[in-house]
Design a protein around this ligand. Structure first.
Ligand code: HEM
Ligand SMILES: [Ca+2]
Ligand SMILES: [Ca+2]
Length: 305
């Protein structure tokens, strides 16, 4: 069972160390905080919050990071910075899965979001689930029904799903994920002026996928997790199809309106949904391990050259 303050005896400073590391990293590279929030989604929705996402290619493991769905994910090397600080204080005690969960929590605070209570005691997976990633993480242009059922199978209801997508109040989207809405003609569900703005950000229909051409998710408050995302949706300024359709479908539109009108309500629902996501199907006790190195299962650590 997960519990509050699981490391109280084994590593009493664990939660403080993670918090301090997240703050230090944020001060050096602000977008690390954004990455911790996306990591939580991509790890927890794939089986469980078990740090399966963090495994690199080794000993038969194919990294989930190599999936097309992980496109644009960044800052993984700074997870190692957090892990190193924990290893110094209490070796092989704090799981990488709890680092994923708690770094997201602290990242949300750095980004002006709510402070979320989280249990700990998650264990790390011994394998990655590369082939599951495409099935469990929706694509950016999937239908709302597909999106809702993906979250529902993780125990997250419609209101919680609308709130979680509010994470797109921060960060960026690369042009490769946008040009299909801009060329040859601007998607009519997109605000025409915003469409023109996006075409200036993404000037060609076939951007080089390696080029760092992108648009900010929320140009007004790009580093704050606030309800501006929902205001944008109501003005037809949702970047991805999965974003924009929240405002047009009767199943989700009422929640979009409520969240656009009330940041406190958004934060409350966001906290609840992040809590549910972070407790999806955890590995506990001997179902998993405490990795020495977040990038490799312990059995693979010696195979790395
Ligand atoms: C239907 C569900 C979702 C889809 C299809 C989706 C898809 C995407 C895509 C395509 C990007 C842009 C990647 C790029 O071009 O660089 C992105 C960025 C992002 N997503 Fe999602 N997302 C979903 C849900 C979520 C959830 C639930 C969270 C967190 C709670 C989240 C957090 C983020 C963050 C923080 C970024 C910005 C990353 C950065 O700037 O480095 N997303 N998402
Ligand atoms: Ca996982
Ligand atoms: Ca924002």
């Amino acid at each position: 069972q997960l519990q509050f303050n699981y490391y109280a005896e084994s590593c009493p400073k664990a939660e403080d160390i993670i918090k301090q590391q997240v703050i230090n990293l944020y001060n050096k590279h602000g977008n690390t905080a954004v990455s911790w929030v996306r990591n939580l989604f991509h790890d927890c929705i794939v089986k469980s919050c078990d740090a399966s996402l963090l495994l690199k290619k080794a000993g038969g493991i194919v990294s989930e990071q190599a999936s097309e769905r992980s496109f644009g994910m960044r800052n993984f090397r700074y997870v190692d910075t957090i892990k190193e600080a924990l290893e110094e204080e209490c070796p092989v005690t704090v799981s990488c899965a709890d680092i994923v969960a708690l770094s997201a929590r602290e990242g949300i605070v750095m980004l002006g979001g709510p402070r979320i209570e989280m249990k700990t005691g998650r264990k790390d997976s011994r394998e990655s689930y590369f082939t599951e990633v495409d099935k469990l993480i929706p694509n950016h242009n999937d239908s709302l029904s597909t999106v809702l059922s993906a979250f529902q199978s993780t125990g997250i209801d419609v209101e919680g799903t609308v709130a979680l997508l509010g994470a797109h109040s921060v960060g960026r989207v690369h042009c490769v994920n946008l040009v299909h809405r801009l060329y040859p003609t601007v998607d009519p569900s997109l605000n025409p002026e915003y469409g023109e703005y996006l075409k200036r950000r993404c000037p060609t229909p076939n951007p080089d996928p390696k080029a760092v051409l992108y648009a900010r998710n929320d140009p007004e408050t790009p580093m704050i997790i606030d309800n501006n995302y929902y205001k944008n949706l109501l003005n037809q300024k949702g970047l991805l199809i999965v974003d924009q359709q929240l405002a047009s479908d009767p199943r989700t539109a009422p929640f979009v309106e409520k969240m656009a009108a009330d940041n406190g309500y958004f934060h409350q629902q966001f906290s609840r949904a992040v809590g549910l996501l972070s407790e999806n199907n955890p590995l506990t006790e001997d179902q998993g391990e405490i990795r020495k190195d977040c990038r490799y299962a312990n059995s693979n650590t010696n195979n790395v050259y």
